[in-house]
Design a protein around this ligand. Sequence first.
Ligand SMILES: *Cc1c(COP(=O)(O)O)cnc(C)c1O
Length: 352
Amino acid sequence: MSRFWSPLVHGLTPYVAGEQPAMTGLIKLNTNESPYGPSPLAIEAMRAAVDDRLRLYPDPTARALRAEIAGQNGLDASQVFVGNGSDEVLAFVFQALLNHDAPLLFPDVTYSFYPVWCRLYGIDYRDVPLDGAMRIRVEDYRQACGAIILANPNAPTGIALPLADIETLLRDHPDQVVVIDEAYVDFGADSAIPLIARYPNLLVVQTFSKSRGLAGLRVGFALGQPPLIEALERVKDSFNSYPLDRITLAGALASYQDRAWFEACCGKVMASRERLSNALRDLGFTILPSSANFIFVTHAHHEAARLLQALRDRAILVRRFASTRTENYLRITIGSDEECDQLVAALRDLLN
Ligand SMILES: *Cc1c(COP(=O)(O)O)cnc(C)c1O
C-alpha cells in the first residue's frame, strides 16, 4: 500500500500465474506449456529478423500475420485481431465488449483470470455453476446478462462443449457478445470459427502459447465479424500501437504457416494424454474427460494438496486451484511420455 497509488490499485486482486521456478531439472507440468516447443521454421524466422531493421517500428497492423490466420480459417483479415498473448487480447475484449449494464456470465469453475479483469474494469459478473459432472449446461445461461464468456475446452476441467451447444447459446443471446476462449481447442475439441459467418455476436479467441509451443513469445488472436474486431482495435490503439514486435511477428507467421509441425505436436500430446490417463486410472485416480493438453484428476483416498507437495519434493510441479469445488483436484499438464512416466512412477510410490 502506498499513498502514491491510484484509488483503483488498492482494490485490485491480481491473477496469480503458475510458478516459473529458476531451478533447472524440474518436471514442469503446472502451466500447460508444450513439451515440444515451437516449429524449427519459426525459430529460423526469428533469427533472421534479428538485424538492423530492429531500429524501425514493427507493422502496427500486423498485416502479414493477420492475413495468414484469416486465410487458413476462411476469413478476411478484417476479421482478425492479434495481440501480445491471448491474455492481452482478452483484457481488450473485457474492456471493449463485455462491460454492460447487466452482468457478464461465466462458469463458477473456469479460467481464474476472468474475475480479475472484471474487477480491473469494474464489470459486474455472475458465475454460473457447472453441473455435478463439472460440465457447462447452456440452459443455465438463459438469464438476463450483458455478455457471456466460456473457455472451450473449459479450464481447468478440460471438458469440451459440443458446437451445437455453442450455437444454442449464440441463438439464445442474439443481442449479447458470446466469447469462446479456445486456448486448448487444438487438442481435440471443435472450434466455433465456422459459426462466425452466421453469428455477429460470436468472438473466438485463440493463442500460440499451448498448441504452437510459443508461450514465451506472447501471441494471441481474436476472430469475429468486423464490428467486434474494430472495437478491439480502438482499445488497442488507445493503449499500445505495437503489441507485437518485429521478431514476434516473424516467428508467429512462420509458426502458423508450419501446419505439419503443429499437427504432429498436437497428435503426440493427445496420444500421451490417453496413455497418462490410463496409467493414472490404474492408480485409482478419477479423470475428467479431457480435450485439452492437461488432465484434471482426483483421488478418493489421497488429498490433492498433499500429493502436490509430495510431487514437488520430487521436483515434479503440477497445479491445484484452492476453491471449494476444485481443491481436491490436480491439474496435470501433458508432458512428453518420458515426463509422464516419471510422474506415474512418483505417484505409484507415494500411493503405496
Ligand atoms: C493459457 C490460457 C490463456 C492465455 O494464454 P496466453 O496466450 O499465453 O496469454 C487464455 N485462456 C485460457 C483459458 C488459458 O488457459
